[in-house]
Design a protein around this ligand. Structure first.
Ligand code: PEP
Length: 263
């Protein structure tokens, strides 16, 4: 269902009216985690200033340590809905458990499946059944074939509104959190008709790498970029070191605008 053999033309997925697909670079930006209304609103304004047309933010956080901030849950979803109301930006947010799929779907414009859940087949089937666009991150240990098969689980439930997101894979390298596999963009676009975007924030795990990797994503033809932004990353409850700050916003805007001018 997700293969180009059966669907030769590349697809565009619409999220709250915003297209993700060939001919555009859709910018999705926002905080890694929703912490408070004010923090999320500030990040959403930063996102909008950078040219983002979709807001990201996690209410359910899949953390390596059970002692780390796990997200605000339903309160976080309500904050995201309020910030969408205030800014007009449709919301992308993660679900980590099949039990929460209906609640997340009520609040989200696009449901995110994170790297750790790429092969949580019950979760994939549950999100496939709720009729909202899904952003499927590549498992950090998954081959492109396994990633596409995971997308197939969602598609099989009748939902072809799937956006693939490359977010780095595990390699022997330790300078970065994960190794961004830029070749996954053209390869996945050749094999599948689904849009493919890149997350330069979670792959590198370092703020100084986000803009170079975002430019690389644009250069290889990614259909979008999803980045973390935070008004005060030193006090962020999740992944502060990778969040872009106010000073980075014009540079991010320029990187995306340059693409628009070049096409
Ligand atoms: C995220 O985008 O909030 C996230 C946790 O990403 P990943 O699943 O890629 O680690």
């Amino acid at each position: 269902l997700v293969s180009r053999e059966h669907h030769p033309h590349r697809s565009t997925v619409r999220v709250g009216g915003v297209p993700i697909g060939p001919g555009t670079v859709t910018l999705i930006a926002g905080p890694c985690a929703v912490e408070t209304f004010d923090q999320t609103l500030e990040a959403a304004k930063m996102a909008r200033d950078a040219g983002a047309t979709l807001l990201r933010g996690g209410a359910y956080k899949p953390r390596t340590s059970p002692y780390a901030f796990q997200g605000l849950g339903p309160l976080g979803l309500r904050i995201l809905a309020e910030v969408r109301e205030a800014t007009g930006l449709p919301v992308v947010t993660e679900v980590v458990s099949p039990a929460d799929v209906d609640t997340v779907a009520e609040h989200a414009d696009m449901i995110q499946i994170g790297t750790r859940n790429m092969q949580n087949f019950a979760l994939l089937q549950a999100v496939g059944a709720v009729g909202k666009p899904v952003m499927l991150k590549r498992g950090m240990n998954a081959t492109i074939e396994e990633w596409l098969m995971a997308a197939e689980y969602i598609a099989q439930r009748g939902n072809l509104d799937i956006v693939l997101c490359e977010r780095g894979i595990r390699t022997f390298e330790t300078q970065t959190r994960n190794t961004l596999d830029v070749s996954a963009v053209p390869v996945a676009q050749q094999l599948s008709h689904l849009p493919v975007i890149i997350d330069p924030s979670h792959s590198g795990g370092r703020r100084d790498l986000v803009l170079p990797l975002a430019r690389a994503a644009i250069a290889v033809g990614a259909d979008g970029i999803i980045v973390d932004v935070h008004g005060a990353p030193d006090t962020a409850l999740c992944d502060g070191p990778q969040a872009l700050v106010h000073a980075d916003i014009p540079l991010l805007a320029t990187a995306v605008a340059d693409f628009a001018a070049a096409t």
